[in-house]
Design a protein around this ligand. Structure first.
Ligand SMILES: [Mn+2]
Length: 387
């Protein structure tokens, strides 16, 4: 107690000393500049890992901080049906993102460095979420997404885009609620996943009555539908290969009733291949406001084993990247999550987390590139008006 009190006094003592004469312990401007020149950089493997070495602010504590794109961790995994562990996803994805640095992140496929363009991209840290009470957790996530989504945009344009690192898939319900409350309209969901996640809560065995068990990482889109958060008849599943309940296609009928369009994983092997998948997605979603939800289990478990509910026969990381590059440029992305990375089941080469970090890179590249093109178009329009 005594020692602690003394430590608290120390800064006060040194401050009062500085009042009277020049404080020799404070470096001068030249020294600071030379230190900056000598030490103000990191290698990809050094530094405390924020996503892609981006500047870090705990944005929930700093409502006046502006950004165009915020990377947000949602470490929550107590709504899973099989393997828990996605609460460690945000950490793993940040660690796996370290080879993305602003000085070497020119995306040659998209022709842009998303970290050195018009957009202010920040790592906003994690939302503190209860691991003990899922009702409270959902409330906390919704409040956090609402507050984070209400920040000013760095460029003074559209409201900021939140890119959430999961966490299990149930976090999407909180994100969709916050989006609808902010923008006042329902959105389409583009959902990459092996599974439907539109399962009716009653489809799970539940002889013990409980309202809370309706909220899971397999039901959140059914709940979102019930709450009218989804634009009717627009949302798209891509990469499906799940087993269904019972002895028939009842789960698909429930999915139809909620207005979804399904693209199965196998359909990428049709002669049209990846381009065919892209065209089918865009046929539904081109130009629309889209919440992009990427469950990493859309990838084959050979390429992404570190996940909650793995299903053999998935897409490759390369295929997913190609799809994302094209699609993101032609829809209006208003929210993003990358979920179900559970590093305890990942390989030593952190393949799953690497794939998730790459998904974020491709999506952020696409969004920033779209912003560049929109700016050019606006400039051209203004120039025309002035003539
Ligand atoms: Mn899912």
């Amino acid at each position: 107690m005594k020692l602690y009190g003394l430590l608290l006094l120390l800064p006060f003592l040194s401050l009062t000393g500085a009042h009277d004469h020049h404080d020799e312990s404070q470096p001068d401007a030249d020294t600071l500049a030379s230190l900056k020149a000598k030490w103000d950089y990191d290698f990809s493997f050094s530094g405390i890992p924020t996503f892609a070495h981006l500047p870090y602010t705990k944005c929930l504590l700093a409502p006046s901080v502006s950004y165009d794109i915020a990377i947000v961790g949602a470490p929550f995994d107590t709504a899973v049906s099989y393997r828990p562990g996605a609460r460690f996803g945000p950490r793993a994805i940040r660690a796996a993102s370290q080879r993305q640095t602003s000085f070497r992140s020119f995306n040659a496929q998209q022709g842009i460095n998303p970290y050195l363009s018009w957009a202010k991209v920040l790592d906003c840290g994690d939302i503190p979420i209860s691991p003990f009470d899922n009702a409270l957790a959902l409330q906390q996530m919704e409040a956090a997404f609402t507050e984070l989504g209400a920040h000013r945009s760095g460029s003074g344009g559209k409201p900021p885009l939140l890119v959430t690192l999961g966490g299990d898939h149930s976090i999407a319900l909180a994100a969709l609620r916050a989006l609808k409350a902010r923008d006042g309209e329902a959105v389409a969901v583009l959902h990459f996943d092996a599974h439907l996640d539109t399962w009716l809560p009653a489809k799970y065995p539940s002889p013990w009555p409980s309202d809370q068990q309706a909220f899971t990482h397999g039901t959140m889109f059914a709940l979102a539908h019930n709450e009218s958060l989804l634009l009717p008849g627009t949302s798209v599943h891509a990469g499906l290969r799940t087993r269904l309940s019972g002895t028939d296609f009842g789960d698909y009928e429930d999915d139809d009733a909620q207005g979804w369009y399904r693209i199965e994983a196998d359909e990428i092997d049709a002669p049209e291949g990846v381009d065919g998948v892209i065209e089918r997605i865009l046929g539904r979603l081109r130009g629309k406001k889209v919440y992009l939800s990427v469950d990493i289990d859309v990838l084959d478990p050979g390429l992404a084993p570190g996940t909650g509910t793995p299903e053999p026969g998935g897409w490759t990381t390369r295929e997913l990247m190609r799809i994302l590059r094209r699609v993101v440029g032609e829809v209006d992305v208003v929210g993003v999550d990358v979920v179900e990375v559970a590093p305890a089941y990942d390989g030593v080469g952190e393949v799953t987390a690497l794939a998730a970090a790459q998904v974020v890179f491709e999506v952020v590249s696409g969004v920033v590139k779209k912003g560049v093109l929109e700016r050019k178009r606006l400039q051209a329009e203004r120039a025309k008006d002035e003539l």
